[in-house]
Ligand binder design. Structure first.
Ligand SMILES: NC(=O)c1ccc[n+]([C@@H]2O[C@H](COP(=O)([O-])OP(=O)(O)OC[C@H]3O[C@@H](n4cnc5c(N)ncnc54)[C@H](OP(=O)(O)O)[C@@H]3O)[C@@H](O)[C@H]2O)c1
Length: 340
């Protein structure tokens, strides 16, 4: 197996898992960030450099390539075109953001996608949430053009959580609970469906071994766990290390929106749209997807951080989390309005 990326988060766990299963794994990345499993062969190179890609291709053939690091269509297209000659199959890790109607309506694999241009290079590599969905669709189209439907498996995960996460979601909430005191906590009953990175990896490898192709959404089944379950689990796992005990102050969602709190980032994973957590995963569940309780993901992430794990530096980390003074002011205002 060849893994593009593979030194952090999704790719890193896929590599660890694959090595443990006895697969022979090669990892291709620049060597600028993260780390790889010591039993994997590492080839250093830049996938934006055609000479590096040609050098990589000469190390083949492979049974399967897993592209866990592609978000620019022209770049994904170049690697897919070159590797299609030396690899039997391709797995492309896409995203829920590929769906045009997400987060405003429930989505399944047949839902409308954004238009995607397989040759597009936006020039910038800066994170842009509005461009992300169409770019990932362009990448999907590029993969299909190079490998064809018969040799292609596309996974569209919802939010992924767990060890090595660098976006700033669970790491931020765990840090916040560890600081303790009164914590602004919205939507205890809102159902959420993030997937543990280990469950995503296990499903991916299972599908590879089964020779699967086509498109699968990957998330915890909708309607299972809640935002409240996640926050309570975070408070619980850090309790012994907390500066002071966390006291969750449950606040009405509409009130938070009226105060101008930024959804998705200022309070990570909180979103007040019509269907942020409405991803159907029936197809994946019918073919073997199993997801663990969110409390296990929270615990595993905490164990990783408490054991010295560090998220790789990433521009998205800083945009997550609410400023302490602003949070405290909101809690005071909410409690005053409620008592008055
Ligand atoms: N995070 C989520 O919640 C979520 C949800 C749904 C889907 N996804 C998708 O999941 C996939 C995996 O995400 P991720 O966050 O684990 O990884 P990622 O940020 O997409 O990729 C990181 C990996 O790519 C390597 N890399 C970056 N630029 C490179 C280049 N020019 N040439 C060669 N290697 C390069 C990095 O190592 P070096 O820096 O050393 O090169 C690192 O190993 C992504 O495609 C993402 O769209 C993520």
């Amino acid at each position: 197996m060849l893994v593009l990326g593979g030194s952090w988060f999704v790719g890193r766990v896929v590599v660890e898992d694959a090595v443990e299963r006895g697969l022979e794994v090669t990892v291709f990345h620049r060597g600028l960030s993260g780390a790889t499993h010591s039993d994997a062969q590492v080839l250093y190179g830049d996938r934006e450099n055609l000479d590096d890609l040609r050098r990589l291709a000469r190390q083949g053939p492979w049974d399967v390539v897993v592209d866990a690091a592609g978000s620019v269509p022209a770049v994904v297209s170049a690697s897919a075109e070159i590797l299609a000659h030396v690899a039997d199959r391709l797995v492309y890790v896409s995203t829920i953001s590929a769906y045009r109607d997400w987060p405003h309506a429930p989505v399944d694999e047949g839902s409308a996608l954004w238009d995607g241009d397989p040759d597009l290079d936006p020039g910038t590599r800066a994170w842009d949430p509005d461009a992300y969905g169409p770019l990932k669709v362009g990448c999907e189209v590029a993969c299909r053009r190079a490998f064809g439907d018969d040799r292609l498996l596309i996974l569209r995960p919802h939010v992924v959580l767990g060890r090595y996460e660098y976006v700033g979601r669970l790491p931020w909430w765990l840090g916040r609970m560890r600081r303790g005191g009164r914590v602004l906590a919205p939507s205890p009953d809102r159902s959420i469906q993030p997937v543990d990175v280990r469950d995503l990896s296990r499903f991916l490898l299972y599908q590879v071994e089964a020779g699967a192709r086509g498109v699968f959404n990957v998330a915890a089944p909708p309607g299972g766990e809640t935002y409240g379950d996640m926050l309570r689990a975070c408070a619980q796992v850090v309790a012994d290390d907390a500066v002071e005990p966390a006291e969750l102050v449950w606040v009405d969602e509409d009130w938070l929106v009226a105060q101008g709190v930024t959804q998705w980032t200022e309070l990570p994973l909180w979103r007040n749209a019509a269907a942020p957590w409405g991803m159907s995963v029936d197809r994946a569940v019918a073919t073997g997807l199993r997801t663990r309780p969110l409390a296990e993901t929270v615990l595993d992430t905490w164990e990783w951080l408490a054991g010295g794990g560090q998220p790789v530096a990433h521009e998205r980390f800083a945009e997550h989390g609410i400023a302490p003074e602003w949070e405290a002011a909101l809690i005071r205002r909410f409690l005053a309005e409620r008592s008055g």
